[in-house]
Design a protein around this ligand. Structure first.
Ligand code: HEM
Length: 188
C-alpha cells in the first residue's frame, strides 16, 4: 500500500512533467547501456530516479507526521520540552515549508543531488533506530519498478485533472489517479 501509493504519485508527477520524465528515461538508458543491464550496478547510476522518489515523499508523504516521546528534558529552539512529552514532527508541513525547501511547490528531483544541504531533510521513512524497517526493500522495489516503467511506457494524464491528498490515517490520493500508459516499443 505505502509503496504503491508512492509509485502512483511519482507516475502522476512524471505525467505532469513530461520533460522531466524524458530526463529520467535518458538517465535509465545510459545506466543500462554502460552496465550492460547489470541491475545492481544500474541502481547505483540513477540519482535522478532516486531524487524523484524523495521528492514524491516530500510532497506526498505517506505518514503525515512522525512521533517521539522525549525521554530526557531538552531545549529545542528555545522551547523547553519536559521528559515524557509526545512530540509530533509535521512531515507534510515541513515538506511544503519554503524555509526548509526553496520553491516547495515545484517537483524538482534534482534538488536532492546537492547532498551537503540535504542532511536530515529526507524524512519520509522516519529516522534513527525506529525508522521504517522496510525502507531498503521499499526503496529498491520502487526504483526497480520505475526503471521498468520508464523503459517501457510513456506516462500521461488528463490535462485538467489535479489530485490532492486526503487523510485516512495515512495520506492517500483524494480520488483515483487516472494515467495513460503508451508502450514505447511495439510488441513483437
Ligand atoms: C514508500 C514506502 C514506505 C514508507 C514511506 C514508509 C514509512 C514509514 C514511516 C514514516 C515509519 C515511522 C518511522 C519513524 O517513526 O521514524 C515507518 C515504520 C515502519 N515501517 Fe514503513 N514505510 C514504507 C514501506 C514499508 C514496507 C514495505 C515495510 C515492510 C516490508 C515497512 C515496515 C515498517 C515497520 C515494521 C515500521 C515500524 C518500525 C519501528 O517502529 O521500529 N514499511 N514506515
Amino acid at each position: 500500500m505505502t509503496t504503491s501509493i508512492t509509485l502512483l504519485w511519482t507516475l502522476y508527477e512524471l505525467a505532469r512533467h513530461p520533460d522531466l520524465q524524458e530526463e529520467l528515461r535518458a538517465e535509465v538508458a545510459v545506466a543500462r547501456q554502460s552496465t550492460q543491464g547489470d541491475m545492481l550496478q544500474m541502481l547505483k547510476m540513477i540519482p535522478l530516479v532516486k531524487g524523484a522518489l524523495k521528492e514524491t515523499l516530500r510532497l506526498h508523504p505517506v505518514a503525515v507526521s512522525l512521533q517521539r516521546y522525549i525521554t530526557e528534558e531538552i531545549v529545542i529552539q528555545n522551547y523547553h520540552i519536559p521528559s515524557g512529552t509526545l512530540v509530533q514532527l509535521g512531515l507534510y508541513a515541513m515538506g511544503r515549508d519554503p524555509g526548509v525547501f526553496p520553491r516547495p511547490e515545484k517537483y524538482l528531483p534534482s534538488r536532492w543531488l546537492r547532498t551537503e544541504s540535504q542532511y536530515f531533510r529526507s524524512l519520509g521513512f522516519g529516522f534513527g533506530p525506529r525508522q521504517c524497517l522496510g525502507r531498503r526493500i521499499a526503496e529498491t522495489e520502487m526504483q526497480l519498478f520505475l526503471i521498468h516503467m520508464l523503459e517501457n511506457f510513456r506516462v500521461d494524464k488528463q490535462r485538467q485533472v489535479e489530485v490532492h491528498s486526503t487523510f485516512e490515517l495515512i495520506l492517500l490520493p483524494e480520488k483515483p489517479i487516472l494515467l495513460t500508459l503508451t508502450p514505447l516499443h511495439s510488441s513483437r
